[in-house]
Design a protein around this ligand. Structure first.
Ligand SMILES: Cc1cc2nc3c(=O)[nH]c(=O)nc-3n(C[C@H](O)[C@H](O)[C@H](O)COP(=O)(O)OP(=O)(O)OC[C@H]3O[C@@H](n4cnc5c(N)ncnc54)[C@H](O)[C@@H]3O)c2cc1C
Length: 399
């Protein structure tokens, strides 16, 4: 059988994971990226054991571990006192329960590792090449970029939340502004007293806002994401330079570990957070969507990139399993992934309500449940297992 030729629009974490997995399965892969340069905005990413299973199967887990930080636990904290409301062990605990670690990485580090591995496996990455549309033929798909066109057996739309491929597949559909903005920033740990931020995945929960902070790059940097509910988002662009004084004032009166970190920070970015209701389909003939193009989600489960990583693996194995019927391969991928991605989208949305409670009665009930979660591990596991206990490498093994 002739070598399959796969076209991928988008060299984000999802597109590169798919490219690497496909190339390792013997396909010829061309990735088209609209940006002329691959520069990732400085930010952290949490990669749970579910994503680490895929990284391990692709042979890049040790490279990731070498630049990551392994947190002791996930801590949900009261926004003023900083007291832990819910504590879930991560270090050693996730490895022994789920077979892989829970790690914090710099997004640019993960991206660079994926890019290097994909290129080493033979993937060609075309920079400054946006894919605008596609055309189906009986024996091929054509990806169009301005005057240029590229012919392949399959086209994967891994072009993020504003996906052009999705727009053609399903018609123009607006992404929905979720009413949340996120400030993101990175601070050198050396600017703060040692241990200022506990070595955990820390989440301070307050009315209508929450604050996440953790170490990356072996503890050299502290990453933060500060979320605030805000009705208006009028800017054309979805991310922009943030105003540090506005950010500090939004978190005035919070635990001194939060305010101290913000005092030490010089610059941040501000994002409007958008999502999209579940799509009616992710496939059209020889074309499939993946990652944020298929299922954008709020970052309140820290699972968006991890879902894109899982998608990339499953898509590559579905294509290998149905070599002689590629449309069947794409449908099998959609069937395998749709329910899980939709469930995680919903959990992410539900967490917005859980984290930002404003009434003292609701907060009291939530905190009582958190207390049970801390002291009765089985209660916490019933929630965590459905997210972290899934191993797509085992469920969709390499042929
Ligand atoms: C505040 C915040 C915190 C987050 N934290 C986490 C976390 O801790 N853990 C986690 O797993 N996830 C997290 N996420 C989610 C995660 O960042 C995304 O889900 C993930 O990056 C999606 O990857 P992707 O490859 O699908 O899309 P993207 O990363 O958006 O990549 C799409 C790529 O396609 C390119 N592109 C776009 N249009 C075209 C075109 N027409 N032609 C060619 N190329 C094109 C883009 O330039 C880009 O390179 C967070 C998100 C936010 C906003």
């Amino acid at each position: 059988m002739a070598q399959q030729h796969i076209l991928i629009s988008g060299a984000g974490i999802g597109g590169l994971t798919a490219a690497l997995a496909l190339a390792q399965n013997g396909a010829k892969v061309d990735v088209f990226e609209q940006a002329a340069e691959l520069v990732e905005v400085g930010a952290g990413l949490q990669q749970g054991p579910n994503a680490m299973h895929v990284h391990a199967a692709l042979g890049i887990d040790k490279d990731i571990e070498a630049v990551a930080f392994e947190p002791e636990s996930i801590e949900f904290r009261d926004y003023q006192s900083g007291k832990s409301l819910l504590s879930t062990p991560l270090k050693n605990a996730h490895e022994s329960r789920y077979g892989q670690k829970y790690l914090h990485v710099h997004r640019a580090d993960l991206h660079n590792i994926l890019l290097a591995a994909a290129q080493k496996a033979g993937v060609t990455v075309h920079l400054g090449r946006a894919i605008d549309s596609y055309e189906q033929q009986s024996d091929a798909v054509i990806a169009k970029s301005g005057e240029a066109s590229f012919r392949g057996d399959i086209l994967i739309g891994a072009d993020g939340i504003k996906s052009k491929i999705r727009q053609q597949m399903l018609g123009p559909q607006d992404n929905h502004y979720t009413g949340h903005v996120a400030w993101r920033g990175i601070v050198p740990a050396s600017k703060l007293p040692k241990g200022h931020i506990p070595p955990c995945a820390n989440n301070w929960l307050g009315p209508k806002r929450h604050f996440v902070s953790y170490y990356i790059r072996g503890g050299e940097y502290i990453n933060f994401v500060a979320i605030e509910e805000r009705e208006d988002w009028t800017k054309e662009s979805w991310s922009q330079k943030g105003d540090m004084s506005e950010l500090r004032s939004a978190f005035t009166g919070w635990d001194s570990r939060v305010s101290g970190l913000l005092e030490a920070c010089d610059a941040c970015y501000l994002w409007g957070l958008f999502d999209h209701p579940p799509l009616s389909t992710w496939t059209d003939g020889r074309v499939a969507l993946l990652g944020d193009a298929a299922h954008p989600m709020l970052p309140f489960m820290a699972q968006g990139a991890s879902m894109a990583v899982e998608d990339g693996w499953v898509l590559a194995q579905s294509i290998a399993a149905h070599k002689d019927n590629l449309q069947k391969a794409l449908k099998a991928y959609e069937t395998a992934r749709y329910g899980r991605a939709t469930m995680i989208q919903k959990l992410s949305r539900d967490n917005a309500k859980l984290y930002h409670m404003n009434s003292s009665l609701q907060t009291f009930i939530r905190n009582a449940k958190f207390k049970i979660g801390t002291h009765v591990p089985a209660a916490a596991h019933s929630q965590l297992d459905k997210v972290f206990g899934v191993n797509v490498v085992k469920d969709f093994p390499k042929m």
